[in-house]
Design a protein. Structure first.
Length: 168
């Protein structure tokens, strides 16, 4: 079976996308995967329900056509229900700054999560700096062509450079 044909031997419909490249339409099984993914948001479960091995879900998500279709569907759902960035942030703000959350049925863990999400969105939390480890000094090996004895020179001025290839 050729790469650009369906299982029944018919050619796949291609769309020119520029630079001599072609994009092929999704296969019916990929469409099924997308529908199941939108129901469960689980790559493995969607792959299994669509007839793939469950571990193929990750590979399907790497396919740009599959990813784009999923993103378009999610965006359409957000638009259908009037969900946008501002409404999400407003809701998070309501939960995060509720004075007496227990009376409104809000758990303290939900309040903390809302604060964390807002803080992350606003850039208040910086990732922890990686612990500064001591870098070994750069080492240069010089081989005397006559004697073939290596000489090691330690250069303390360049501690972050490493030896790429040794001189042969």
């Amino acid at each position: 079976m050729e790469k650009n044909t369906r299982r029944d031997g018919k050619p796949l419909k291609a769309t020119e996308i520029g630079d001599g490249k072609r994009a092929y339409s999704l296969k019916p099984q990929q469409e099924e995967f997308i529908q199941y993914y939108l129901e469960s948001f689980s790559e493995r479960k969607a792959a299994k329900l669509a007839g793939y091995k469950d571990y193929h879900g990750h590979e399907l998500m790497k396919n740009p056509l599959v990813r784009d279709k999923i993103n378009m569907c999610i965006t359409a759902l957000f638009q259908k229900y009037g969900v946008d960035k501002d409404s999400i942030l407003t809701e998070l703000q309501t939960i995060a700054f509720e004075k007496d959350p227990m009376t409104k049925g809000i758990k303290y863990s939900d309040k903390i999560m809302a604060l964390k999400l807002l803080g992350t969105q606003l850039g208040l939390f910086k990732e922890k700096e990686e612990s500064k480890s001591i870098q070994p000094p750069a080492v240069t090996i010089i081989v005397d062509k006559e004697v073939k004895i290596p000489e090691v020179i330690i250069d303390d001025d360049k501690p972050n450079q490493y030896i790429g290839n040794l001189i042969q």
